[in-house]
Ligand binder design. Structure first.
Ligand SMILES: NC(=O)c1ccc[n+]([C@@H]2O[C@H](COP(=O)([O-])OP(=O)(O)OC[C@H]3O[C@@H](n4cnc5c(N)ncnc54)[C@H](OP(=O)(O)O)[C@@H]3O)[C@@H](O)[C@H]2O)c1
Length: 330
């Protein structure tokens, strides 16, 4: 199955390295709007073809799958084009800008008999499955604390008066969309839709959220997620129960370990995961494309739908509106 990458930033390089390590897809083409950037990346990773014309890429019958890693606001339109060209898509997180786009894209993909996968890493990690199975060992779940704090390398350019996509309302950026999607996905994946949601955030002068606190309330427990793109801090995930707690190192995007603490006795239940954490999602997507437990796609899409609804509600509460919210979709 032949794949082309779209977007040439660091995450695409991580994806290419993961793709090569995992070994199932054939990386055929590097696409960039800039032919030189495509050439540089293709040479670096020994990829046979490059393309810098979007319509030519879409019309290429040799390409089965597009990996799209571009600014959030472009996900919907690029994925839509790909679906109409009958390409499968691996779409970077956050899937799209809002629930409305999710419903439109998902319906179109279904109609065109192609998959549009949500490249949200934690749902595919071995330690996520382990976490799910060992949660009963802490007794009644009471309180969950997750922290995802990463001072962005692009923060200084924001402070200097530029507006990188990640800090732009126009590009559907901000802390919630970039980081909040991880704890929300993990929590919705484990427990389903919450009873209620609360988002509080600090915004910059351009209106974008730089950090915030997300609270998801379930009937018998509460989950608090701290997210920040303008601060350093400790990243952790802790599930607290009445007879012990589970500590996962580090952020909810990585889940590097699953340590059970019962009365001070520590037991490591997690397994060693690959450093290139995208290998797991790549393996899962390739499996579904080849008929291995395709019902997983339906489960992943149900999860993504709820995550988009939760993020819409969070944004609504704090008045974070994207141009994508006003668009009338075809
Ligand atoms: N899974 C993860 O761990 C992870 C990590 C980081 C980012 N991400 C996600 O990956 C996506 C990209 O993030 P990023 O920070 O790398 O973004 P970025 O640097 O702003 O843009 C990535 C690439 O998109 C292309 N691009 C930019 N504007 C475009 C447009 N209007 N139309 C088409 N292509 C455009 C550019 O490639 P060319 O100039 O070569 O065309 C650029 O190199 C985001 O959705 C982000 O959430 C995921």
């Amino acid at each position: 199955m032949k794949l082309a990458t779209v977007g040439t930033s660091t995450i695409t390089e991580h994806f290419i390295q993961s793709l090569k390590q995992e070994g199932s897809f054939t990386l055929d083409t590097i696409y960039s709007r800039d032919p030189h950037k495509a050439q540089v990346l293709a040479e670096k990773y020994g990829v046979p073809n490059t393309c810098s014309d979007w319509m030519t890429l879409l019309a290429n019958p040799a390409i089965d799958v597009l990996y799209i890693a571009t600014p959030n606001a472009t996900h919907y339109g690029l994925a839509r084009d790909a679906v109409l060209a009958k390409k499968h898509v691996i779409l970077e997180k956050p899937y799209v800008s809002n629930l409305k786009e999710f419903e439109s894209l998902h319906a179109l993909a279904t109609k065109n008999h192609v998959y549009v996968f949500d490249a949200i890493i934690p749902m595919h990690l071995p330690n996520y499955a382990i976490l799910k199975s060992v949660l009963p060992r802490i007794g009644a779940l009471r309180i969950i604390n997750l922290a995802m704090v990463q001072r962005s390398s692009r923060l200084n350019s924001l402070y200097a008066g530029e507006e990188p996509a990640i800090f732009s309302l126009k590009q559907s950026g901000g802390a919630l969309m970039d980081l909040g999607v991880y704890p929300i996905s993990v929590l919705v994946g484990l427990f389903g839709a919450p009873q209620s949601v609360k988002y509080t955030c600090s915004t910059y002068t351009n209106g974008i959220d730089l950090n915030g606190a997300i609270t998801l309330t379930y009937p018998t427990f509460i989950a608090n997620a701290t997210i920040a793109k303008d601060s350093t801090g400790l990243n952790f995930t802790v599930f607290g129960g009445d007879s012990g707690y589970l500590h996962l190192d580090k952020a909810p995007s990585q889940l590097m370990s699953v340590t059970l603490n019962q009365g001070g006795v520590l037991t490591e239940l997690g397994e060693h995961q690959e450093g290139l954490s995208m290998v797991y999602e790549i393996k899962d997507f390739f499996g579904v494309l080849h008929g291995d437990r395709p019902e997983r796609y339906t489960e992943w899409m149900a999860l993504t739908r709820t995550v988009m609804a939760v993020m819409d509600e969070c944004r609504h509460q704090v008045g974070l509106t994207f141009p994508a919210d006003q668009e009338v979709l075809p």
